[in-house]
Write a protein that binds this ligand. Sequence first.
Ligand SMILES: Nc1ncnc2c1ncn2[C@@H]1O[C@H](COP(=O)(O)OP(=O)(O)OP(=O)(O)O)[C@@H](O)[C@H]1O
Ligand SMILES: [Mg+2]
Length: 243
Amino acid sequence: MAVIEIIDLSRIYGKGEISVRALDGVNLSIERGEFVAVMGPSGSGKSTLMNIVGCLDRPTEGRYILDSVEVSEMSRAQLATIRNEQIGFIFQSYNLFNKATALKNVMAPMLYDRSRKRSNEEKEARAREVLISVGLEDRMEHEPTELSGGQQQRVAIARALVNDPAIILADEPTGNLDSRSGEEIMELMHELHQGGRTIVMVTHDASIAEHTERTIFLRDGRIERITKGGTVQETKEVASESV
Ligand SMILES: Nc1ncnc2c1ncn2[C@@H]1O[C@H](COP(=O)(O)OP(=O)(O)OP(=O)(O)O)[C@@H](O)[C@H]1O
Ligand SMILES: [Mg+2]
């Protein structure tokens, strides 16, 4: 069953003559557990689409149904709750708090989480666990300015994962990274996908998009075409085992 269902969706910024139709009648459904890439020229509406899917913004027209719940009509407060519980967002520019350690950054989403009644000790233990899972066990007390770009993005990924969301949205997660750090981030994304998460990722890099199951091409706010990524490329470990 589709976890993300988008029907005749448009997003218009501004009013009157200066209005911009950033998304224009988009129809799209994404299955649970899918790994999807979004490509398209600058200004084609990729980030606008991600922000709506991630409940950071609302459509002007049309419907968005997330996990069988109609979110297009929800209030900002309701959107914030859904976002915090179900969605992990990763940005090109990391968006970390620069005055807080990696540990505090990763704990931040749990501070708003009122549904799971965790003590501060439990929250810290959870943040440490996720930081270890992204390979940052020896950087937990460092602030972002003391970390490399790849490490900062791993902190951001840990923060996105800390509430165990079913959906990961990534808007050019490797855009600011050198190729080696970018590959490490992609390996992490593959692990998350293999762990059963649904992943939607914007990228300008066709070779990265090839690693996904489908690629959605946007142009002028519309879906121009959708290609199957072929068979999912195996990770290095799996590939060497099968030889
Ligand atoms: N807050 C805003 N107010 C007005 N127009 C906006 C706003 N945000 C985006 N736009 C416009 O909407 C269109 C789509 O922008 P969007 O950021 O979604 O593009 P994008 O595909 O993510 O581009 P890039 O690859 O450069 O990140 C662009 O024409 C942009 O100028
Ligand atoms: Mg963008």
